[in-house]
Each structure stands twice: as C-alpha cells, then as structure tokens.
Design a binder for this molecule. Structure first.
Ligand code: ZN
Length: 186
C-alpha cells in the first residue's frame, strides 16, 4: 500500500469529471487500498479518486467512530438515483480544502447505486451523516466541491485565500497541521 498526497485548492484537477471504471482489475484494487491508507492517515471519513489525482469514479468511505472497528466502504461508479425533498444541514469540511468548514444544506436522504470491488451492483438508501458524506464524495467525481453549495461571497473568499496560500507556499515549505478539527472532513 502507499499513501498519496491529497491535492488541494486551487489545483484545477479537482474540477475534472472522473471517468467511469470499466473493469475492476488489480489496478483498481491497488487504487482502493491506497485511497484507504491515504484517507485513514489524513484522517478523513471519505475520499474520491481525484483527490489523489486519479480521475476515476472510485470513492472510499468509513464513518466508524474513532476507537471503533473500521467499517470500510468502497463505491465504484456511484450514482444518486433518488433524493428526498427534505433537506438537512451539516458542517462540512474537505481534505482538499484544509481547515475550512461551512454549513451545507443537502437532501436528507438519497438512494445510491454503485458496484462493490467484486463488481456486484448494489442500491442503498442513506440518511444522516452517511447521506451527506456520500453526496459530498459523488460531487468530487463530478468536479464539484462543497464550497459550490455555499454563497458566492464565501466561496470567493475561501478560493482567494487558497490561491494566496499556494503562492506563499512556493516560498516556504512550512506546513501546519491541525488535528483538533473533528467534523465531516471528506
Ligand atoms: Zn471533499
């Protein structure tokens, strides 16, 4: 297994629409392993392929609590087939937009169709945190970020902040890590 760097704003690859997986081969299985390792190390509760620069419709998630047993979930070519009228709001964050959190309103429940690692098709209904996280990740496969769901003013502000930070980072290699944040970081 190998841990990868997570790409962050303003990297343009985050806006790519990922390609569907045609065959679940050894390459895809390796990608999934690497994604889990990267996500657990971050730490985060969800990760899409593009976040490590691979534009394939592959999502990994694990919503288990900190000290509980891992509950890894792999979704290949996931798509939302139904969304509830009712909306729910969660404070979201994103491993590709570090240290930024904002309330996002999304459908409270969704149905998702996907393939597992054996190529078997599933359709599940998700609610609560699971619904929010799976929508956040499927957005990534379509080049959409959670900041697209907030006001333009806030989006412009955070985007500018990251562009500026990227310019400064060219001059210094120092990096801050904040492990205190425990929110929907995906
Ligand atoms: Zn994200």
């Amino acid at each position: 297994m190998a841990r990868h760097d997570i790409i962050t704003l303003p990297d343009k690859r985050l806006r790519l629409v990922s390609e569907p997986v045609k065959r679940i081969d050894a390459g895809i299985r390796k990608l999934v392993e690497d994604m889990f390792e990267t996500m657990y190390a971050a730490p985060g509760i969800g990760l899409a392929g593009i976040q490590i620069g691979v534009a394939k419709r592959v999502v990994v998630m694990d919503l288990s609590k900190k000290d509980d047993e891992h509950k890894p979930l792999v979704l290949i070519n996931p798509e939302i087939t139904w969304s509830s009228q009712e909306q729910a709001s969660y404070e979201e964050g994103c491993l590709s937009i570090p240290d930024y959190y904002e309330e996002v309103e999304r459908p409270e429940r969704v149905k998702v169709r996907y393939l597992d690692l054996d190529g078997k098709a599933h359709e599940i209904e998700a609610g609560g945190l699971f619904a929010t996280c799976v929508q956040h990740e499927i957005d990534h496969t379509n080049g959409v970020l959670f900041i697209d769901h907030i006001s333009r003013l806030k989006r412009d502000r955070v985007t500018k902040k990251f562009i500026k930070a990227a310019k400064t980072a060219d001059k210094t290699t120092s990096k801050t890590t904040d492990k205190t944040a425990k929110k929907v970081e995906a």
